[in-house]
Every structure is written in C-alpha cells, then in structure tokens.
Design a protein around this ligand. Structure first.
Ligand code: PMM
Length: 268
C-alpha cells in the first residue's frame, strides 16, 4: 500500500493575533486531523521552500516546528521534519522526528549529511539545483528523468560516504524544484527511472503550479482553486502508485487516500 505523507506547515497565521501558541495549536490539530484521515507520516515544516519564498533561518524555524513535533509524537504519530538546515534536523530528531526530509538532498547545508548520519534517522533526499529564488535558471535538461536519476544517485553516494546506511534512504525527484511546467510531466513519465535507483521513492506533486497550468487550460474561465488542485493531486497520486512509488506527500490526505484505494482495487 502506498504511504501518504500529510503536510503540516507551521507558519504564522496572518489572520490571528494569538501569537505563537495559536499557531502551534492550529498545526497540531491539523496534523492530528490528517493522521485520522489516513496519513502514514506527518511532514512538519516551518519554512516554505516554494519558488520565491522568503528564508526565515533555523532559529525561527525551530521555534515553530519543535513544539508541534513534540505534541504530534506524544500523540503517537510518525513525524518527519521538512528542512534543509542541519541544526533543525538534529533538534527535530531529538524532539521525536524519525525522518529528515531535505529537499536539497544535502546540498543546502554542508553539515546535513554528517548530522543525519549521527541521528540514525531515515533521510529523504530531494532532487535540487539551488534555492528557490533562482532555481528556474537551473531548469535545463536534455533528458530530465535520466539527469534527475543520475544526480540523485550522486547524492545517495555522498550520503553513504557520510555514514547513512542505504536502507535509511528515500529519494524524491523534486517535482517543481528547478523544473518548469512540461519538465515535470516528462519527469513523471520517466518515474520508473527513479524507482529503479533502489531506495523507497517519495513524490510531492500536491497543489503545485504545473497542475494548475493544466487545470487552467482545461477550463480557462475557472480559477485553479485549491479544491481543483487537490483533485488533480489525487489523480497524480494514483498514477504514481502504479509506477511503484513508496509514498506521496500531499495536503489533502482524505482525497489521496480515496484515490489510492481505488487505484489499488484496480490493481487487485
Ligand atoms: N515540496 C515542497 C516542500 N517539501 N518535500 C519533498 N520531499 N518533496 C517535495 O516535492 C516537497 C517537499 C514544496 O511544496 P509545499 O510548499 O506545498 O509544501
């Protein structure tokens, strides 16, 4: 059965003036809801990695995520920490996270691989070519799936050299990271090349721009609303499951749970 990572973003609520505790409570409640909906892992993040996103730094990031991780772990949930900062990864594992989800695959912080090796946590390596402010300048490929696979393989080698056992690795082709619209589709068509690398494969298409572009084309007069993007995400989750990915990372866990149940029923 394909796993479902539920996304728990701990960012300040611009509509509330309740401060930090409200943000924490809101994120914990959201995580527990996703767990009840069927999430197998809760992926907690305190800094957006979206294109053009502002960077907040590890101190603010930890202030946001640590209390949320502690409470989710206390409630029995398997938690991963979505960060490219080694200090945040280490603190999150101390707080009970079992997986470090690093969209940069160890490229953003030179201390990350050694830190993860020491923690004993599992490590999700994302395909990445640079920070969000300039990542589209790096979106040049001749054969995107082949190049992503070979760059991930290099990162797997670095992780192993740093002392992270291969059985602890997860690879993620990094949909939307240094990839423009059509390149994401080409990458998904070549997903079997990523699966062939060997480690468990995680994939994150949820609500991403390349989905919205297709939706806008399908119905030019309608907005590519969150609900439509969640439906599109459920479809990509079902299709990715057929190629053999280990888990999908999504915002709307219930929709993807249903889509995966139908896809698995088809498979028999
Ligand atoms: N995408 C985002 C953040 N974290 N982690 C993994 N492993 N894979 C992804 O594709 C990924 C990620 C950006 O999306 P968000 O801002 O909607 O969470």
């Amino acid at each position: 059965m394909t796993g479902i990572w539920g996304i728990v973003n701990v960012t300040p609520d611009s509509f509330s003036d309740g401060g930090r505790y409200l943000d924490v409570d809101r994120a914990v409640a959201h995580g527990l809801r996703l767990r009840a909906d069927g999430a197998t892992v809760l992926d907690v993040g305190g800094e957006s990695t979206r294109p053009g996103a502002e960077r907040v730094g590890p101190d603010v990031e930890q202030e946001r995520v640590l209390p949320v991780i502690e409470q989710l772990v206390a409630a029995g949930a398997p938690v991963s920490i979505d960060t490219f900062n080694a200090a945040t990864a280490a603190a999150a594992v101390r707080a009970g996270a079992r997986i470090v989800n690093d969209v940069s695959g160890g490229l953003a912080d030179p201390d990350m691989l050694a830190t993860v090796a020491e923690t004993g946590a599992d490590y999700a390596i994302g395909h990445w070519r640079g920070f969000s402010s300039d990542m589209y300048a790096q979106a040049e490929y001749r054969r995107v799936a082949r190049e992503v696979a070979s760059e991930l393989k290099e990162r797997m080698g670095e992780a192993a050299a740093a002392g992270i056992a291969p059985s602890r690795l997860i690879v993620d082709p990094g949909i939307g990271f240094a990839k423009a619209g059509a390149q994401n589709w080409e990458l998904l068509r070549g997903l079997d090349e990523i699966v062939a690398l060997g480690p468990r494969v995680l994939i994150g298409t949820s609500r991403k721009r390349f989905l919205a572009e297709v939706l806008t084309h399908a119905a030019p007069d309608d907005d590519a609303t969150e609900a439509r993007r969640d439906l599109a995400t459920a479809v990509t989750s079902a299709l990715a499951a057929r190629v053999g990915v280990w888990a999908v990372r999504v915002h709307d866990v219930a929709a993807t749970r249903d889509a995966l149940a139908i896809a698995h029923a088809w498979e028999g």
